[in-house]
Design a binder for this molecule. Structure first.
Ligand code: PEP
Length: 253
């Protein structure tokens, strides 16, 4: 039985005041939800020490939105997985479509980030998903498989025993165009089937989150699908009422 995971991704948003207001409220909601689900927030790196303080003693976990492939050295502007670990991070998002797109991160480079995060004690949250034109050309699974295969080639299928996958159709991210529960379930199922072709036990165990304009309204039906194990939430994780409601939805599963 897979535990639902609700994870927020703040992207390049927030202030010190946001951290105070939101983390306090989310920590309370996570405590209320108890051990039935996991709740986490991935914030800009600069806020992580503040998140660490605000989440201390609660069930709320936290992580980074990205991490470098190196642990230290002359890599100006980067943050390493060991640094995130030192500040109590549990998770590191890797391969978000905004990084793949704006920063031209290849599948192979994302796989190196996945490995670096995992080798240094973080749980990588591997984002995969197709663009709108790829969706229209019915290339969704070709894209997802290639993004997964790069990680399998570098790290092996067993690496997904301690990792999370987030299926995020790019056409749904920040657009308000949530994938229908049928579309999302179908892709999640196919992702699991693909992983099964390497190792059935790993495929059965890995949490696959849905991301892309998931909100308080759409979460109940999405999370009700058999292969959807929670959500990676962007915009709605910056609103107390919305994210709290999504946490409550997952806790009822
Ligand atoms: C995301 O960026 O991971 C995301 C899912 O964003 P949004 O919920 O705003 O579409």
């Amino acid at each position: 039985m897979r535990k639902p995971l609700v994870m927020g991704n703040w992207k390049l948003n927030g202030t010190k005041q946001t951290v105070k207001e939101l983390i306090g409220a989310f920590a309370e909601a996570a405590n209320k939800a108890g051990d039935k689900i996991e709740v986490a927030i991935c914030s800009p790196a600069v806020f992580i020490p503040l998140v660490e303080g605000a989440a201390a003693g609660s069930k709320l976990q936290y992580g980074s939105e990205d991490c470098d492939i190196h642990t230290q050295g002359a890599y100006t502007g980067e943050n390493s997985p060991t640094q995130f670990k030192e500040f109590g991070c549990k998770y590191a998002i890797v391969g978000h479509s905004e990084r793949r797109g704006y920063h031209k991160e290849s599948n192979e480079y994302v796989a190196q980030k996945f490995k670096s995060a995992q080798d240094n004690g973080l749980i990588p949250v591997l984002c995969i998903g197709e663009s709108e034109s790829e969706f229209e050309q019915k290339k969704t699974m070709d894209i997802c498989k290639a993004e997964l295969k790069a990680v399998i080639d570098l790290c092996g299928i067993a690496a997904f025993e301690k990792a999370v996958i987030a299926y995020e159709p790019i056409w749904a991210i920040g657009t308000g165009k949530t994938a229908t529960p049928e579309i999302a379930q179908d892709v999640h199922h196919q992702i699991r089937e693909y992983l099964k072709s390497f190792d059935a036990a790993v495929a059965d165990k890995v949490q696959i989150l849905y991301g892309g304009s998931c909100n308080a309204k759409t979460a109940p039906e999405l999370f009700g699908q058999p292969d959807i194990d929670g959500g990676l939430i962007g915009g709605a994780s910056l609103k107390v009422a919305d994210f709290t409601s999504i946490i409550e939805t997952a806790a009822k599963l």
